[in-house]
Ligand binder design. Sequence first.
Ligand SMILES: Cc1cc2nc3c(=O)[nH]c(=O)nc-3n(C[C@H](O)[C@H](O)[C@H](O)COP(=O)(O)OP(=O)(O)OC[C@H]3O[C@@H](n4cnc5c(N)ncnc54)[C@H](O)[C@@H]3O)c2cc1C
Length: 280
Amino acid sequence: MGNRQIPISFEFFPPQTPEGTEKLTAARKRLAAVNPEFFSVTFGAGGSIQDRTLGTIKQIHAEGHHAAPHLSCVGSTRENIRALLFAYRDMGIKRIVALRGDLPSGMGSIGEFQYANELVSFIRAETGDHFHIEVAAYPEFHPQAKSARDDLLNFQRKMNAGANSAITQYFYNADAYFRFVEECRTLGVTAPVVPGIMPIVRFSQLARFSDTCGAEIPRWMRKTLEGYGDDNESVQAFGLDVVTRLCEKLVAGGAPGFHFYTLNQAGASLEILKRLGYRA
Ligand SMILES: Cc1cc2nc3c(=O)[nH]c(=O)nc-3n(C[C@H](O)[C@H](O)[C@H](O)COP(=O)(O)OP(=O)(O)OC[C@H]3O[C@@H](n4cnc5c(N)ncnc54)[C@H](O)[C@@H]3O)c2cc1C
């Protein structure tokens, strides 16, 4: 249907096992065929998870792709964050997704940073303009926000601290995204806000994610998906239709790109992109 072809990026989590690493390498090879702008890798509190992020980033970089590590600051120290920033800079990494993150329950103190805007300021102070800094945006608002307005002002604070662009939490209601972008423009935030796209592969998993991160699955979708029960084929067919239509609306409304939450799988993201007219 002649959609505008906007830049795309793909997000992975760092695999825990050699088999996971092999599968991700294969998925990445397939995804690379649609010429993404970059591949990003999530980051979690805890030393071993952080080493896996660094390892996966090294691998992506060595394959010749643009790699963007996520970096969360909660529970961390300036010294720790500085060491990681310098390691990434020295490897030739040029883009970072800067986040507050969430501390797993029962785990340690909040650390030396409280909010993502402090991390953005720190990255700029330590490394100048070396990195393109992405931050997180929430068209349906962050679950801990005091109010929608506060969340928007806190987002503005992150951008003013020196972020270049934002990637949103996933959503299935395009109007929430359009409204959020409009509000940003009213506040003078002109940077690109790239929609985060979550393909629907397994309903139980999606419902679990959505309950914790505050992304709404509209009732009509939830009811339909629940109705399919264990029939994963129908879940996926419905998911592809709904998410493709969402992407079409986003392109038509001026979205500057798509960031796919791949969950380390290529199939659903590629099928959506194919339906949107991208060639692998
Ligand atoms: C694209 C994307 C990628 C992500 N990747 C990861 C990842 O790799 N690892 C991970 O652990 N999590 C990740 N997350 C989840 C994210 O860490 C959580 O949503 C976390 O709870 C908030 O992070 P943030 O950077 O948005 O925080 P912040 O921008 O700091 O906001 C957190 C909350 O605090 C409020 N707030 C912000 N600044 C202030 C302030 N100065 N004063 C008072 N209140 C304030 C906000 O309104 C919001 O409610 C990702 C989310 C997105 C959208």
